[in-house]
Design a protein around this ligand. Sequence first.
Ligand SMILES: Cc1ncc(C[n+]2csc(CCOP(=O)(O)OP(=O)(O)O)c2C)c(N)n1
Length: 438
Amino acid sequence: MPEPTLLVDRRGLLKAISAAGATSAVLSNCGSSYGRDANLTGGKWDKTIPLATAGPGGNRDWKPGDAAKFLPPEKISTRGPAASALAELGKAKLLDIYHKMCASRKWETAMKDLFTGGKDGLYGSFHTYIGEEAIACGVMAALRDDDYIASTHRGHGHLIAKGGDLKKMAAEIFFKETGYNKGYGGSMHITDMSKGIMGMNGIVGASFYLAAGAAIRGQVRETGQVAVAFFGDGAANSPYYFSAVRSCANYKVPVIFVNENNFQYMGVPMATVTPTKYISDYTRGLDIPHHVVDGNDVSAVYAATRDAVEWGRAGRGPTVVEGITYRWYDHSGFAGGKAGVDGAFGLPYRSDEEVRQWMSRDPVSRYKTWLLDKGLASAEELAKVESDTTREVEQSIEFARQSKDPEPSAGVHNTSAAGPMAATQFFNRSGIVFRAKA
Ligand SMILES: Cc1ncc(C[n+]2csc(CCOP(=O)(O)OP(=O)(O)O)c2C)c(N)n1
């Protein structure tokens, strides 16, 4: 008897298998999709929340003012999966998020006022995060205390959201010995390993492999820890970016790559140096989740990060989260800014009108309105958070003022990777003499 033959169209079978895989992936993700019009586009993991127009990148004709075309709505949605995900955290946590957003905004604003009009003689680099607070606070709300973050040059907001100490931060900006780096690092080196903060970083693109290393440590020890690599739209052009995401995808390393796409790469429009519409398009070919969210909506950022954290802890590897946002001040320092006035104006690479429009989508007040509209906090409770954070910021500045300058000789102990003895010997032999400041 002839053997029965089963005729299989190999290509058809593969199509069916991949369709089944994609369908189940989409279904499993739809359950937790978030945002107003959560929309599955392109790749199987996409959860893109459409903004006013699709994607700021790939536009060589970009003109100052064009960022206004990407404005998110005035209010963040009180309905839908993202709103429910955030609301589920409960009142104490929701107020804590508001506390951190206010602390971050007020601490940096106070520093801006001191740099621009104060008598404390502050100097050095200071990159404000103002306008982008929903990203740090949304991400951190989804993390455990023992998870790691690798920050950027624009990282005060990351540190505050992860529990950084305002007093020690302020003292570091004042270069005092009570500062995080004993007054020898300044803004861009603030680190707090007790809180999983692997440091701000003046090296653009350094966060990728720092986060990967920390996440591998957790993987090896089976602690379930994840690590977040924050990075700007410009940093995505680092040669290490793609290689880090690809390596993490290969080895299922639980890193959450959080892109803060603020349209601005120093004074260069991101649109003219980025060939794709979104930064997250760079890694689309990798079989990992990608989320593009309104970065001024703390609920959208939280929901995306929560999914990414679950994914990472389950041993499934990295995720890319891209938040579209806007910085209110100049790249570094305060050109165009004034004491007592919010925002920096008159800068050549953007229009004042777009700054004003984006300031009207302030992530802090949008979150406040959301809490009130949903009845999750009362006006009195929020007012108390506001006055508490004002006091904490004032106390941090007073602490910095009252602290002592570091002894010059302490530099020998605090700057050598080889250890204090080696540094001391070097300086002894070199004949360098430290003198106290006059
Ligand atoms: C390796 C390296 N290259 C260049 C610089 C100079 N630099 C400092 S910040 C910056 C722009 C970073 O832009 P982006 O990543 O978009 O972050 P944003 O400032 O917008 O937050 C550059 C080029 C640097 N610090 N490190």
